[in-house]
Design a protein around this ligand. Structure first.
Ligand SMILES: O=P(O)(O)OC[C@@H](O)[C@@H](O)c1c[nH]c2ccccc12
Length: 267
């Protein structure tokens, strides 16, 4: 129980209990429902945006907005989520990923709202979901998609959280690291399957991790390779294996102009 993922999950459970004491779940449920008919908040199709890019023969890039990470420390300072979002949108990103975890990634709800309001791209709330409360919260803040990390959840939780997200019109990125997790992910409905090249327990990164799982994945799934994509050779390596959707953070966060860095890497 001492690895980083378990530590984050323990913190997250405490945070959710505190949040519930300040905003009740029923209030959040109402806000989440109301968001679905609010012109500014109603969902933008996350998977659709990725598929559109790929249909044009381009990369489907989920461009991440994160100030820091437990493995890399501070990545960007000063940090203006609205400007980063605009830059990504101008330079061909399909979607945004915004870290909302405060303690480990220096994120927050406001960053997601600012990023989303600054452009027309769909946004995934990047956080550690451990309770349905956070899924209502995600929709109430305007998220178009959520992340479900298979290693953090039971099969029953995965199914419950996925179906709740879908009821709230959100897409779901199901994240796996290894072969056993993949088999559990394949029990779910979402077509969007993220393969994390970073082991969330040890922080080790290996791009080969994506390739090793490919042969076990049905072709109906849209595979997103996540983490450790830093250079053109990494992108080429994925393309050689017919992987066309990417989740990239660090490489862009360290660049002076994140959108230009995206364009240079992918287009
Ligand atoms: O910064 P990178 O190496 O490009 O990685 C981005 C993204 O894959 C990574 O932030 C991530 C993937 N899955 C996560 C789960 C939680 C927090 C973060 C992540």
């Amino acid at each position: 129980m001492s690895d980083i993922l378990h530590r984050i999950l323990a913190t997250k459970k405490e945070e959710v209990q505190l949040a519930k004491a300040s905003v009740s779940q029923s209030t959040l449920e109402e806000l989440a429902q109301a968001s679905l008919t609010d012109a500014n908040l109603k969902t933008r199709g996350f998977i659709h945006a990725i598929e559109q890019k790929i249909a044009l023969g381009q990369a489907g890039v989920i461009a991440e907005i994160k100030q820091a990470s437990p493995s890399r420390g501070i990545l960007r300072n000063p940090f203006y989520p609205n400007l980063i979002a605009q830059s990504y949108a101008e330079h061909g990103a399909a979607c945004l990923s915004v870290l909302t975890d405060e303690q480990y990634f220096k994120g927050c709800t406001a960053f997601l709202k600012e990023a989303r309001n600054a452009c027309h791209l769909p946004v995934i709330r990047k956080d550690f979901m451990v309770d349905p409360y956070q899924i209502y919260e995600a929709r109430a803040m305007g998220a178009d998609a959520i992340l479900l990390i298979v290693s953090a959840l039971s099969d029953q939780q995965l199914q419950e959280f996925e179906s709740l997200a879908m009821q709230l019109h959100m897409d779901v990125l199901v994240e796996v690291h290894g072969a056993e997790e993949l088999q559990r992910a394949l029990l779910l409905k979402s077509p969007l399957l993220g393969i994390n090249n970073r082991d969330l327990k040890t922080f080790e990164v290996s791009l080969q991790n994506t390739i090793d799982l490919l042969s076990d994945i049905p072709k109906e799934k849209r595979i997103v390779t996540e983490s450790g994509i830093l250079a053109k050779k990494d992108v080429d390596f994925m393309r050689e294996h017919q992987v066309h959707a990417f989740l990239v953070g660090e490489a862009f966060m360290r660049a002076e102009n994140p959108g230009q860095a995206l364009e240079a890497l992918f287009f």
